[in-house]
Design a binder for this molecule. Structure first.
Ligand SMILES: NC(=O)c1ccc[n+]([C@@H]2O[C@H](COP(=O)([O-])OP(=O)(O)OC[C@H]3O[C@@H](n4cnc5c(N)ncnc54)[C@H](OP(=O)(O)O)[C@@H]3O)[C@@H](O)[C@H]2O)c1
Length: 197
């Protein structure tokens, strides 16, 4: 398979690459990647697909949201989180409908705050919940047998900078997350969120 991974050089992207590298052609994209793309810019997404051409699977392992108390969040903070994590991945799918081959797949990245809130995580929860609802709804309208899923990990063992924000949470390994991306790409499910942890 030819698999486009946006965010391939990030932590979760690295896990997806490791799990899928064998037997597949991996195209690594990000703002500073082999293929350049900024998911906040629809023109940049169009240029990326133009450059890469048809693919069998698209994975997004991206998404930046502000972490702030609800009393400190501004409207601009909400816009920033939604524009980056939600609409960046949604636009990757919207434009990708013209580039993913019949029976191919999209896999988006959400996170455990969709189902387990943390302090300062309001925008993260909002973004992750929105994306998972998008996946559920988009799956039943996908043309040409295309599938769409999400991977929703708990905090990673390999991300110590986040551990203090997730007290008492089970930490999961990058390897387990990589397997979830591989299941999404290689499996038959659609409209599904692969929860890790
Ligand atoms: N780390 C965790 O424990 C964890 C747990 C659950 C969920 N998540 C979620 O997983 C996603 C990825 O997290 P991560 O920890 O792997 O992040 P990361 O290590 O910072 O990697 C992010 C990747 O996305 C790329 N990227 C960032 N902004 C982009 C943009 N606007 N357009 C295109 N590419 C962009 C980055 O590369 P460039 O800088 O080159 O663009 C990088 O490759 C996030 O949504 C996060 O909330 C993370």
């Amino acid at each position: 398979m030819k698999i486009l991974i946006v965010g391939a050089n990030g932590l979760l992207g690295t896990g997806a690459v490791a799990a899928l590298a064998e037997g597949n052609e991996i195209i690594k994209a990000s703002r500073s990647g082999e293929v350049s793309v900024d998911l906040r810019d629809p023109n940049s997404i169009a240029a990326m697909y133009e450059q890469v051409g048809k693919v069998d699977a698209v994975i997004a392992a991206t998404g930046v949201v502000p972490f702030k108390s609800i009393t400190d969040l501004t409207l601009a903070d909400y816009h920033a989180g939604i524009d980056d994590k939600v609409l960046g991945q949604v636009e990757l799918v919207r434009q990708g409908l013209n580039y993913v081959t019949d029976g191919g797949s999209f896999t988006l990245t959400t996170g455990i705050t969709e189902r387990a809130p943390i302090l300062t995580g309001v925008v993260a929860s909002l973004a992750n919940g929105a994306l998972e609802s998008f996946v559920l709804a988009a799956a039943i309208e996908m043309p040409r047998g295309l599938r769409i899923n999400a991977v929703s990990p708990s905090v990673l063992v390999e991300a110590p900078g986040y551990h203090e924000y997730f007290p008492g949470f089970e930490q999961v390994t990058l390897k387990a997350c990589g397997k979830a991306y591989a299941k999404s790409v290689n499996g038959k499910k659609s409209g599904h969120t692969y929860k890790v942890g």
